[in-house]
Design a protein around this ligand. Structure first.
Ligand code: MN
Length: 161
């Protein structure tokens, strides 16, 4: 049972069920990022909503135990809702414990990173602009600056030399 969107392209089923595990049927599980120099571990991505008529996309990210997203910043903001699992996130120079149903706002041009705890995967929804700027990665100088905050230094310690 497919519906058509404004562009006439089949948009897929109206209701897509959660499969066993933590993915949705009829939604591809994609690479977290294209090849590049970004550092991350144990990440997968599903784009849940990306209709051309919407100006936002809703994605689901899953972070395997002890995995982490890329430390990055960009002009577009993120609206994140944790669905399951526990972990921590860095936003700016603060580190927060996060768990189910926590809402995380990542403002523009703010360094951020999500990390799963050791026990279970961390899954979260993330809403972003459909058209958005590319993430910036920290330069050596940026990392030096970030490390001046002890909590940030501890959070990023094992990813960068
Ligand atoms: Mn980001």
């Amino acid at each position: 049972m497919a519906i058509e969107n404004d562009s006439g392209r089949a948009a897929g089923p109206v209701v897509r069920r959660r499969k066993s595990g933590r993915t949705w049927e009829h939604v591809d599980v994609t690479r977290y990022k294209e090849e590049g120099s970004a550092v991350f571990r144990g990440m997968s991505r599903q784009v849940l909503f990306a209709d051309p008529a919407l100006q936002a996309e809703l994605r689901y990210f899953e972070v395997q135990p002890d995995g982490f997203s890329t430390l990055e910043r960009h002009v577009h903001a993120h609206a994140v809702l944790v669905l399951h699992g526990h972990g921590r996130c860095l936003v700016g120079t603060e580190v927060f414990d996060i768990g189910p149903h926590d809402l995380v706002s990542v403002p523009a041009l703010t360094w951020h990173q999500f990390r799963a705890g050791p026990e279970e995967p961390l899954g979260f929804l993330c809403m972003v602009n459909a058209r958005r700027d590319r993430p910036q990665l920290p330069s050596r100088e940026d990392l030096e600056e970030l490390r001046r905050q002890p909590q940030v230094a501890a959070f990023i310690a094992h990813q960068f030399q």
